[in-house]
Ligand binder design. Structure first.
Ligand SMILES: [Zn+2]
Length: 284
């Protein structure tokens, strides 16, 4: 038997799964992300061994926070300070002897949602709203890339925001007014002093307003058919949160047709499933 491995390397947890040639998950493991790079790499190798068992590993895909060089597979995730300029592709390929592809987690999640979330949209924008915030844009199922392969950072757009505590709005990239600083899990903790799941209705409304302003900008610039939103904060906020943000977008959007805006269909597994999709043979 053969196995295809997906890795979702996040700022709070690392998930590893083995799938068959059709992308069905056979076995999976997860662990908390540590502050030590060596410990994380050891954990990842052990989990790959555990999920692949005696089967031959034929391919691997991985999702990790940006920035990264997807061609060379060198990663420097913003929210994982221990991981800097790590040649992850070269390390995995020499250790496991199979093709390895890594991409920005939101691109990978977009691929997962597209493949297994019944997406037929030609222009599809996927947003991840978790520890950080970002997006992946697919046209006809292919990842849109910027100059020199750069990943468009939709989380780092400036917006006209509302905040009950505007002095606490500070992005980890250094800018004072990024969308990510207002609506990501880390941003929410900084502004409201608590995790997203503890927000009051009034605070959720403010987060939805700020997301809606970001959606308005993204709709105006990309003119997508469909926007799906996943990640822990979005799943926690649920349908009402997404609907409130969509209403703000529609209220402020002019000239460009409003896209469909929906919650991810794949819950917490979007990036993991996208990583498996990248690991599978390209003809499948
Ligand atoms: Zn920023």
């Amino acid at each position: 038997m053969e196995a295809f491995i997906g890795l979702d390397i996040g700022g709070t947890k690392i998930m590893v799964a083995a799938a068959d040639r059709d992308g069905n998950i056979l076995r999976r493991e997860r662990t908390a992300t540590s502050t030590s790079l060596d410990e994380d790499l050891t954990n990842i190798n052990n989990m790959i061994t555990a999920v692949s068992r005696e089967e031959q590993v034929m391919g691997m895909g991985a999702a990790i926070g940006g920035p990264l060089d997807w061609k060379q597979g060198i990663v420097s995730p913003l929210h994982q300070p221990a991981w800097r300029n790590l040649p992850l592709k070269a390390m995995r390929e020499s250790r496991w002897g199979c093709p390895f592809q890594v991409d920005v987690d939101t691109n990978v999640a977009a691929v997962g949602e597209y493949r297994w979330g019944e997406v037929t949209a030609k222009r599809f924008l996927y947003l991840t709203l978790s520890t950080g915030m970002g997006g992946g844009f697919l046209t006809d199922g292919r990842i849109y890339r910027g100059r020199d392969g750069a990943h468009p950072e939709v989380g780092h757009q400036s917006i006209h925001f509302r905040s009950l505590n505007s002095s606490a709005v500070q992005c980890e990239c250094g800018a004072p007014d990024c969308l990510e600083a207002l609506i990501s899990g880390n941003g929410i903790r900084r502004i409201y002093g608590k995790p997203a799941q503890a927000l009051t209705a009034q605070e959720w409304e403010e987060v939805a307003y700020n997301l809606g302003q970001g959606l308005r900008n993204m709709a105006a610039l990309y003119a997508p058919d469909l926007i799906r939103i996943g990640g822990g904060v979005a799943v926690g906020g649920g349908e009402n949160f997404i609907l409130a943000a969509r209403n703000v977008m529609e209220e402020h959007l002019r000239l460009v047709p409003a896209p469909q805006v929906e919650l991810s269909r794949l819950g917490y597994d979007t990036a993991l499933l996208g990583a498996i999709a990248m690991a599978l043979p390209k003809d499948s």
